[in-house]
Design a protein around this ligand. Structure first.
Ligand code: BG6
Ligand code: MG
Length: 213
């Protein structure tokens, strides 16, 4: 296919942070007396912090003021940050480093497109920062996935046209964002969860760089 750039989501694609998001949300849910399962956590993948909180609160009965919600989002983030502060390179998902290295050796541009506002600390602690030519995250974008903004900004930052970009995503919202941007979407995970992906890989150990780039 001779694609020229790769745009990676972070959480659930390069590193397994979903478990830390779950633990931090669960702590908040327990305090509020809301039942929150790992199944419920699936609905939060790829979704912004604020929308995630709305989904979680929707599982309970009570309504909360904007000020209360702001404080809850901060509370969740504080406990999430405690987990990611302890992360290191061992948290990088299987096959990821080989893929990034192989892309670099082929002179393929590499970008990050994440909804998270915590990308800097995760990239630093895992040593992944060095691989990226551009980083677009929740601190930069105004419109959350499935809006294509994050990937369009990524392609602009790399000066590569959308049709030459491949996006790697573990969330359906992210695959939709990639497709709306006119990009090729590789879903990382299970086909039934990612109907908008152009193709699916279970993980990067089975991904062949030469097939797309
Ligand atoms: C996404 C995650 O990458 O980032 C979501 O899949 C998360 O689960 C979102 O809510 C925002 O992350 P953060 O770190 O800014 O709270
Ligand atoms: Mg993700």
């Amino acid at each position: 296919m001779n694609k020229k750039a790769a745009l990676f989501d972070l959480d659930g694609v390069l590193v397994d942070t979903a478990k830390f998001h779950f633990l931090a949300w669960k702590q908040l849910a327990d305090r509020l007396g809301i039942h929150f399962s790992e199944q419920d956590n699936e609905k939060l993948k790829g979704v912004s912090r604020e929308e995630s909180l709305d989904i979680l609160l929707g599982l309970g009965e009570r309504k909360y003021s904007e000020a209360e919600k702001l404080a809850m989002a901060e509370e969740k983030n504080k406990s999430y940050v405690k987990y990611i502060q302890k992360m290191d390179a061992s948290e990088i998902l299987p096959g990821v480093l080989q893929t990034l290295t192989s892309l670099k050796s082929r002179k393929i541009k590499i970008g990050l497109g994440s909804a998270s506002k915590n990308t800097a600390i995760i990239l630093k602690n895992t040593g992944l920062s060095q691989y990226f030519d551009v980083i677009i995250d929740g601190n930069i974008v105004c419109n959350a996935k499935p809006d294509p903004e994050v990937f369009i900004k990524g392609a602009e930052g790399l000066a590569i046209s959308s049709q030459d970009c491949v996006v790697f995503e573990d969330s359906e919202a992210g695959c939709q964002a990639a497709r709306s941007a006119g990009m090729y979407a590789v879903g990382v995970g299970k086909k039934e969860n990612l109907p908008s992906a152009n193709e699916i890989i279970a993980n990067f150990k089975e991904f062949k760089v030469e097939a797309l780039f």
